[in-house]
Design a protein around this ligand. Sequence first.
Ligand code: HEC
Length: 123
Amino acid sequence: MNSKLYLFVGFIVGNIITFPITGFSGNTSEQNTAQDIYEGSCAACHGQDGEGEFPGVPDFSVQTGLLTKPYPTLLKNILEGYESSNSSMAMPPRGGNPDLSEKEIEQSLDYLINRFVTTEKKQ
Ligand code: HEC
């Protein structure tokens, strides 16, 4: 197991263990910050579990292929807004929250990728 993968697994396991205890407060690790951003600005449409709250919102728990698109493409689609052909709903720029910085968008995107893209599919 390479060290990067080991770190990643440790991150996830650590979060699973600490999350029920610490919740959102008092924990300033980057992963929780990313989760806060996701829950605050993305989960309204994408759902706590990434399954999509409305028709037209992708289910990341099964459509993980969307998250393996090139990173700059995904980032641009979130920053500028995105609607694929034949879609019943568009994503507004920055998920509709203009206060989000590009860095925060990256963190929320990383959160999705870390959570839903299996380690074998990552470079
Ligand atoms: C207002 C609802 C809404 C919010 C809020 C929202 N999204 Fe989306 N998102 C969508 C919809 C709808 C799609 C699918 C659009 C399509 O395929 O036409 C989508 C698609 C995506 C995709 C796939 C893009 C692609 O290229 O296929 C990613 C990644 C994503 N959202 C991440 C995020 C992140 C991260 C946030 C928070 C910063 C966020 N979304 C906030 C509605 C939303």
